[in-house]
Ligand binder design. Structure first.
Ligand SMILES: Cc1ncc(C[n+]2csc(CCOP(=O)(O)OP(=O)(O)O)c2C)c(N)n1
Length: 507
């Protein structure tokens, strides 16, 4: 199994032990001693799988997570689903009891083959490398391993197809009077240069997300408060580059059949239930294939008033300096001096898009936007940034409480300058932004938002993180350069946050 993995370019393994996978662990330890693989260890399989997913974001090569049999294997499902929708080469190697035990109720014997359903393939020989793979290995508990020599891993080469761009190239030149807007979602670092030049050449208004890594560089074309602006004045054509967008306008497009949509995406998912056209491929390669484009410009005058809107937003942030959006702005100023930023789902990813600083380019920004879960966020971040100093993350409090075992790996990763910022607004406050909440009963609202008052300093203590509590904008000066991981607990002022959003809704 280890040899087959090396041949397919799998070089990193996150191992979670149990009696059943002992032979695999021993083989991997020997391969590591021969300098052929990197082994990480964990005990919590759900976190381990997200950590492995994070490794694929860093290396753009496969990473395997190795479990024992039974529910240990089942814990991998959320990360496998996330890897499926992100098209990442996450490999689940699940040790199993021999087939004769299936259906008998014998200890730690469950139905493992095919347990990830349509979210994973199971044939290493035909694996494209563009999504997760499940390898189920039946093993006896007793084993003897003879002397083994492992070869160096082969180069990982995912299958790529030549994109057909003729239709899109024509579309970019036709009926341009209807107005074109580009939405830039999550991109790979390799895409940056090509996307930057493409957007500059077109000169159209763009909706730019932090995970593009180009948010600040393309600010001159960015529409502030794009969701409301575009709903009121929709373009005739939308071109999406990269991952499925986070913003509300993308969802509103479901109900706007007159708007024509093309997507260029490495995952191949349209992200919409309505008709749209999709080119499946690396954004960089597709744009190169299109070649030079004619300028289109701001046909529908979307840029009119963007300067005013930007000043209004700045004024609001100044008027409510301890509100959550203003705290995110301040935090982003500090994080921009780090090496990368990971954004948790829920409000962090949205508040970063709308309110983060615009002056310093932050090019390394990631989020798990495949299935949009709040699970496994800290673990994905730790995997992605395992060998980086100055890595920042910003996640919600329920999101943090979901992944309490994540910091188990802290003594295996780089911790210098590492900052895990938790925006502790005491519950799932994204739901307070839903209009329907005002029509719900107080009990339902309570169940929805899950208010909580957990003392996060206890979590910091548990894993030897340095706890810093921030209750107003000036407290950010308390952050000092440290070799330990800092758990930055940011406590926005609830009243100021509510007042900020009231004023925002009136803008
Ligand atoms: C695994 C999973 N369960 C439930 C949800 C639904 N959900 C979306 S956001 C959210 C609340 C998140 O709360 P928190 O992390 O505190 O962030 P905030 O909303 O305050 O920004 C929940 C439960 C989800 N996305 N993923």
């Amino acid at each position: 199994m280890v040899r087959a993995c090396l041949k397919a370019g799998v070089q990193e393994f996150v191992v979670c032990a149990g009696a059943r996978n002992a032979a695999l662990l021993e083989a991997l330890a020997r391969a590591e001693a021969q300098g052929r693989v990197k082994v990480w260890r964990h005990f919590e399989e759900r976190s381990a799988a997200f950590f492995a997913l994070g490794r694929t974001l860093s290396t753009l090569s496969p990473c395997a997570v190795v479990t024992t049999s039974g529910t240990a294997a089942a814990e991998l499902l959320p990360a496998m689903i996330e890897a499926h929708y992100q098209a990442r080469p996450l490999v689940a190697i699940t040790a199993d009891r021999p087939a004769r035990f299936r259906g008998t109720g014998a200890p730690q014997a469950i139905e493992q083959p095919g347990m990830f359903g349509p979210h994973a393939t199971s044939d290493l020989a035909t694996w494209s490398g563009n999504g997760p793979l499940h390898l189920n290995v039946e093993l006896e508990e007793e084993f003897t391993l003879s002397e083994v020599t492992f070869e160096a891993a082969a180069e990982f080469e995912p299958v790529t197809e030549r994109p057909n761009v003729a239709g899109l190239a024509r579309w970019l030149k036709t009926d341009i009077y209807r107005g074109l807007v580009v939405i830039v979602g999550g991109l790979e670092p390799l895409d940056h240069e090509e996307v930057f030049h493409f957007c500059q050449s077109l000169g159209v208004p763009i909706v730019i997300e932090g995970t593009s890594g180009l948010r600040e560089a393309l600010q001159g074309f960015a529409l502030p408060d794009a969701d409301r602006l575009l709903k009121g004045n929709p373009p005739g054509k939308v071109l999406r580059l990269g991952d499925v967008p986070t913003g509300r306008f993308w969802r509103d497009l479901e109900e706007m059949p007159a708007v024509e949509i093309w997507s260029i995406t490495r995952s191949g998912f349209s992200g919409l239930a309505r008709h749209s056209d999709v080119i499946h491929g690396e954004v960089e390669r597709v744009l190169k294939a299109i070649g030079e484009v004619e300028p289109v410009g701001d046909v529908l005058d979307h840029f009119e008033g963007t300067g005013r809107k930007n000043s209004q937003i700045d004024e609001l942030l100044e008027a409510f300096p301890d509100s959550e959006p203003a705290m995110v702005r301040t935090l982003s100023l500090y994080a921009s001096f780090g090496s990368s930023v990971y954004l948790g789902n829920s409000l962090p990813v949205r508040e970063w898009n709308s309110f983060a600083q615009w002056d310093r380019p932050v090019t390394m920004v990631r989020a798990n936007r495949g299935a949009n879960g709040i699970d496994g966020q800290a673990s994905t971040w730790l995997g992605w940034t395992a060998d980086q100093s100055g890595a920042w993350a910003m996640i919600g409090d329920l999101t943090a409480l979901y992944d309490l075992a994540a910091p188990f790996v802290l003594d295996q990763v780089e911790t210098s300058g590492r900052v895990l910022a938790v925006i502790n607004n005491h519950g799932g406050r994204i739901f307070e932004r839903l209009p329907r909440l005002s029509a719900m009963s107080p009990r339902a609202v309570e169940c929805f938002t899950n208010p909580q008052m957990a003392d996060l300093s206890g979590w910091a203590k548990l894993w030897n993180m340095k706890h810093v509590r921030i209750t107003n904008a000036d407290d950010f000066d308390l952050i000092e350069q440290s070799d330990e991981t800092v758990l930055l607990e940011v406590l926005p002022d609830a009243k100021q946050t509510a007042d900020f959003w009231k004023a925002w809704d009136r803008l």
